[in-house]
Design a protein around this ligand. Structure first.
Ligand SMILES: Nc1ncnc2c1ncn2[C@@H]1O[C@H](COP(=O)(O)OP(=O)(O)OP(=O)(O)O)[C@@H](O)[C@H]1O
Ligand SMILES: [Mg+2]
Length: 142
């Protein structure tokens, strides 16, 4: 992948641009876990990823529906938010394993709330607030 981390993103346009690169590079079956506090830019980055897969849709935080799907692009995208998920069982009942098997791209906000659900091939990205914007680091940094 061409993106190199850590990277400092000065504004939301930079977050979108990084997302587009990630979307263009995404492969069937990829899983991206987006770690970061409230307002860190997880949904903005997801919007860029979805744009990078040539969807025109607006991405909103899936806080109230647990998963948003984007279908018909180069890869199907399943965007989860674990923030309001009570327990792993809720996701398993929703068909979590089937989503992983669908050879699309799974993106998860708040993955550390149910880390055991994330498969080994998960790409972990951590966003954090900086005075200059947002810092993005790669790897499981808790
Ligand atoms: N690099 C950046 N620099 C400054 N602001 C940014 C940057 N990237 C995104 N933002 C802004 O931060 C705000 C919050 O972004 P976003 O909704 O993507 O966060 P989030 O991590 O999804 O939050 P939540 O945890 O509530 O879901 C938005 O107003 C967005 O435009
Ligand atoms: Mg969000």
């Amino acid at each position: 992948m061409s993106q190199s981390f850590p990277v400092l993103l000065a504004d939301s346009d930079a977050t979108l641009a990084l997302g587009r690169e990630l979307g263009q590079a995404a492969q069937a079956g990829d899983v991206i876990a987006l770690v970061g506090d409230l307002g860190a830019g997880k949904t903005t980055l997801t919007q860029g990823i979805v744009d990078g897969l040539d969807y025109q849709q607006e991405v909103t935080s899936p806080t109230f529906s647990l998963v948003q799907q984007y279908l018909g692009g180069r890869l199907e995208v399943f965007h989860f938010d674990f923030y309001r998920v009570e327990g792993e069982h809720e996701l398993l009942d929703l068909g979590w394993d089937d989503y992983l098997d669908r050879q699309g791209l799974v993106i998860v906000e708040w993955p550390t709330l149910h880390p055991n659900l994330l498969p080994k091939n998960t790409r972990w990205l951590k966003l954090s607030h900086r005075e200059e914007g947002r810092l993005v680091e790669e790897g499981l940094t808790r």
